[in-house]
Ligand binder design. Structure first.
Ligand code: AMP
Ligand code: GLY
Length: 426
């Protein structure tokens, strides 16, 4: 079988790497991929959102299964177009991908399906949003641009001045472009966050092992929000009881609601959760694997991922035996460019990758890299996801940071405390 992975981040590197391990898979291509996927599989120079070229490639190369990594091509309907062309593809249709593409759609579906989530209001006029905030000066509020904003459209505001500035930036200054045409204002929830991902075939929901991301840039969860500076799996925050509650109260009702509404959900359903004192509450849905959560989660998956994704495209998840997991925890440390999540420089040579690659039970997944001749250079804010398995979380953390040590480029940095929250309860 030949597989095409669409995308170029750390998530796509781990997907390509894992799919290539299947005895059924003879070739894996990654479009456009990065320097890491170039080493493990074959890159194809087609952008992730260039749907006509992707289809042309899949046809000419006789690809058996395409797996779409990022949200942008899903939201514009890459899956619908592949299906129209008679090609097998894993991921949600454009109408199902609205769960991530429109926060208003997601919140409305949650309300209709009775899924626990923060109370919210939608605004299309700046003056209405301003009035709403001015009437609630004593409440912390969260302001969200409705559409996709590369993970940056959310402002958690402690004061009404901050909330007013956030709605003005989104609605008047359009700092997130069209995504800020509509704005949601939510009550602010407190608690620890966890990500629960499941593979869904329209009916059957196969939850994956839980993971915890680290969104703030700096140690101790301080600094600006990022796409994720590291992750580990499993997380003690999600007990088996919590997992059952999330399946029953969140995943099942939303998958059924989507089916009732004629936008059947097939693909990865990712619930970003806040563990509040009243139980888990949904902050957001994503319709694809998390990045960097995919790295530690898939490194622990023992079952053949190809078999599972193939079965999902046939609506046969129910027939599969339970997923098998490596009981050892995995920790992924993201190494980032100087300046990230603000502006940063690309094209800096990365050294020490070969030394890191000699360490056992460790894999350096590439996120923002490319090849400049033979040399691997930086090509993004989040550059590498250094991931290791260990006998316990402390051991996995130690191994991941041992692999970070030899890797260098000008301005490289990482958080030093990835997984400490789990270690506290170990
Ligand atoms: P989102 O893109 O919706 O996941 O939001 C990004 C981050 O903003 C989340 O990971 C949370 O840390 C925070 N956030 C979003 N919604 C809320 C909320 N209602 N209350 C508190 N924090 C939130
Ligand atoms: N790590 C968060 C995300 O993938 O959205």
């Amino acid at each position: 079988m030949k597989v095409l992975v669409v995308g170029q981040g750390g998530r796509e590197h781990v997907l390509a790497w894992k799919l290539a391990q299947s005895p059924k898979v003879t070739a894996v291509f990654c479009a456009p991929g990065n320097a890491g996927t170039a080493e493990d599989v074959t890159n194809v120079p087609i952008a992730a959102t260039d749907v006509p070229k992707l289809i042309e490639f899949a046809k000419s190369e006789e690809i058996d299964l395409t797996v779409v990594g990022p949200e942008a091509p899903l939201v514009v309907g890459v899956v619908d177009e592949f299906q129209k062309a008679g090609l097998r593809v894993f991921g949600p249709s454009a109408s199902a991908a609205r769960l991530e593409g429109s926060k208003e759609f997601a919140k409305t579906q949650m309300r209709r399906a009775n899924v626990p989530t923060a109370d919210f209001h939608v605004f299309e006029k700046l003056a209405d949003a301003e009035n709403f905030i001015e009437e609630r000066t004593d409440e912390p509020l969260v302001v969200k641009a409705d559409g996709l904003a590369a993970g940056k459209g959310v402002s958690v505001c402690e004061t009404s001045e901050e909330a007013l500035a956030a709605v003005r930036a989104a609605m008047a200054d359009r700092v997130f472009g069209e995504a800020g045409h509509r704005v949601l204002i939510e009550e602010k929830l407190t608690g620890q966050e966890a990500s629960i991902l499941a593979i869904v075939d329209g009916n059957t929901i196969l939850p994956l092992e839980p993971a915890q991301d680290h969104k703030p840039a700096h140690d101790g969860d301080t600094g600006p929000n990022t796409g994720g500076m590291g992750a580990y799996s499993p997380t003690p925050l999600v007990t088996p009881e919590t997992m059952d509650a999330v399946v029953e109260d969140v995943l099942v009702p939303i998958v059924h609601q989507m089916k009732r509404d004629g936008c059947i959900f097939r693909g990865i359903l990712y619930a970003g959760l806040m563990m509040t004192n009243k139980g888990p509450s949904v902050l957001e849905f994503n319709v694809r694997f998390g990045d960097p959560e995919a790295q530690p989660v898939l490194m622990r998956l023992k079952t053949d991922l190809f078999d599972v994704l193939w079965a999902a495209t046939e609506g046969r998840l129910r027939e599969l035996p339970p997923l098998e997991w490596d009981p050892r925890p995995a920790v992924c440390v993201v190494m980032a460019s100087e300046g990230y999540p603000g502006p940063y420089e690309n094209g800096l040579p990365i050294r020490g990758l070969a030394d890191a690659a000699t360490l056992p039970d460790t894999k350096v997944f590439h996120a923002g890299t490319r090849l400049d001749g033979e040399q691997v250079v930086t090509d993004g804010g989040r550059v590498l996801g250094v991931t290791a398995l260990g006998d316990n979380v402390s051991d996995a953390k130690l191994r991941a940071y041992q692999a970070v040590k030899p890797i260098r480029w000008d301005g490289a940095w990482c958080r030093k405390d990835i997984s400490d929250k789990a270690r506290e309860s170990e």
